[in-house]
Design a protein around this ligand. Structure first.
Ligand SMILES: [Zn+2]
Length: 161
């Protein structure tokens, strides 16, 4: 059981939260003062679909690896091939040896009420491509939802929803 307070007299009202349907308003009547009121409960599913508040990277399956989803954190996310002895924030499980162990950095920054994503190459051997266009040395490029990034022989997709 859960308790809510009556908006009029502040008396507690107990109810069975397991019977609450998400997104549906529930009617209450206060036993103390007789006030009728309703409360709308937030749908849990709404929260779950935005499980990655700063977006994620989908690693597309290829001959070297399975599909992977890597959540992004606020700040810098270092992407590269997972390898013993190299600790990075966002390792990709792959046999793609054309991907450096530290290949590129994807940055998620808060600008006013928006999250802006940028990418830069980490001086990799094969370079970092955004929509088939290679990033220049020290270039930091803004990327948006569904942009395709290529590192080595592997395709990554930025997902913001
Ligand atoms: Zn009341």
């Amino acid at each position: 059981m859960k308790k809510i307070r009556c908006p009029k007299c502040d008396d507690f009202i107990s109810f069975d939260e397991t019977r609450v349907e998400p997104g549906v308003s529930l009617a209450f009547r206060c036993n103390h003062c007789g006030k009728n009121f309703s409360i709308k409960f937030k749908a849990k599913a709404e929260k779950e679909t935005t499980g990655y508040p700063f977006g994620s990277i989908t690693v597309v399956e290829n001959v070297f690896c399975e599909k992977q989803i890597i959540p992004l954190s606020l700040g810098e996310n270092m992407f590269g091939r997972r390898s013993k002895g190299t600790v990075i924030s966002s390792p990709i499980e792959t046999g793609d040896m054309s991907m450096d162990r530290k290949h590129c950095i994807i940055c998620a920054e808060r600008k006013q009420d928006k999250i802006i994503h940028t990418i830069k190459d980490f001086d990799s051997v094969t370079g970092t491509f955004v929509m088939n266009d290679i990033l220049q040395k020290n270039e930091r490029r803004i990327i948006s939802d569904n942009d395709i990034i290529t590192i080595g022989a592997t395709t990554l997709i930025l997902k913001l929803q």
